[in-house]
Ligand binder design. Structure first.
Ligand code: KG4
Ligand code: ZN
Length: 339
């Protein structure tokens, strides 16, 4: 379909976001109100505060997205919204808003899975990217190695048994006193450290070679810090950050390469907040180059939560006939590929 304009809304966690996207790949506006500063003082996202802030910001953010795109609501062809997974109270704000808009303006409503949005962020800047490809989705809540068989068709090849990759970054950051959100801070500090200084474990799960576990490496970091404290050894925080980061990145790259080989896929993509990690981007790019695979990743601003990625996913969902009624509800634990 030519020139389809979608107004997309995202409110699953601590970002209130709206975007106007043309035909899945062209972003006309991408407005994000980040609540990070509000949650920093609590060391993590406080669900009730997130919901309350979404309620306050959602209308101004949508108005700004339409104004920046220079598209009045009447010219929008469909409204898209993230309906899961995420924090239920946060999701409900976006879902209720999208339903109200769709009803009042007589527009179809497209329900979007948050992770499908993260994966679709790759379509925005890589116009030539088409399925099938492999996508390593690494965010604060998810670690999924996904085979994208076709638009909207996903097979999860590997998943974490405990912490998500981003969660491990955030916990280690807190332990070395970097504050919230930890991922970008660990990334920055790691550049000054030696990634081979401390041997942190690379967890492999017996019988599930493509699955992940990050609680072991996180505990190993905490144990290392405690031991140093007890022995009164000075801690080099940059070395800890770099060595921890390398342990996580090694496993992510290793499993992705194994899956590419097993499933004979020569296109690899990254997605989710941790996909903006510089060491991961570099290592995945290097591994792909060595094997002659094509490598894709969204620019950092499209890796973390935003509504443009939801608008991209929604276009392909729309083409497949996916529509929601006014009974659409938020599904906090929605599985990828589930409807
Ligand atoms: O995708 P996202 O914005 O939200 C979720 O859907 O979870 O991901 C947020 C996660 C946080 O855990 C954050 O610390 C991590 O992504 N993150 C990073 C980096 N930037 C964000 N982790 C490592 N390195 C980064 N540069
Ligand atoms: Zn996300």
């Amino acid at each position: 379909m030519e020139d389809m304009l979608i107004l997309a809304i995202e409110s699953s966690c601590d970002e209130t976001a709206a975007a106007v996207v043309r035909s899945g790949r062209e972003v006309l506006s991408n407005v994000i109100y980040s609540q990070i500063d509000l949650h920093t003082q609590f060391g993590g996202v406080v669900p009730e505060i997130a919901s309350r802030k979404h309620i306050e910001k959602i209308n101004p953010v949508i108005t700004a997205a339409l104004a920046e795109a220079d598209v009045p609501l009447e010219h929008i062809d469909a409204i898209a919204v993230t309906y899961g997974p995420g924090l239920v109270g946060a999701l409900l704000v976006g879902v209720a808003e999208a339903k109200a808009l769709a009803y009042a303006a007589h527009k179809p409503l497209i329900p979007v899975h948050h992770i499908e949005g993260h994966i679709s962020a790759n379509y925005i800047e890589n116009k030539e990217l088409e399925p099938p490809f492999l996508c390593m989705v690494v965010s604060g809540g998810h670690t999924h190695l996904v085979r994208v068989a076709d638009y909207g068709e996903y097979e999860i090849l590997g998943r974490t048994h405990d912490d998500a990759a981003g969660e491990a970054f955030d916990k280690v950051a807190r332990a070395i006193g970097l504050g919230y959100p930890g991922g970008p801070k660990v990334d920055k500090l790691a550049r000054e450290g030696n990634p081979d200084a401390i041997a942190f474990p690379r967890a492999h799960i017996a019988g599930s070679p493509l699955d992940f576990s990050f609680s072991g490496v996180k505990s190993a970091v905490l144990n290392y810090l405690n031991e140093c404290k007890m022995k009164q050894i000075e801690i080099n925080r940059a070395d800890v950050a770099a060595s921890f980061q390398k342990a996580v990145v090694d496993v992510l790259v290793d499993h992705t390469m194994q899956a590419a080989e097993m499933y004979r896929i020569d296109k690899v993509a990254l997605a989710g907040g941790v996909a903006s990690n510089s060491a991961l981007r570099e290592a995945m790019a290097g591994a792909c180059e060595k094997r002659g695979y094509r490598f894709f990743r969204p620019s950092p601003g499209l890796c973390t939560d935003n509504a443009a990625m939801i608008g991209s996913a929604a276009y392909y969902e729309y083409l497949k006939g996916s529509r929601a009624g006014l009974d659409l509800n938020a599904i906090p634990n929605l599985k990828l590929g589930e409807r």
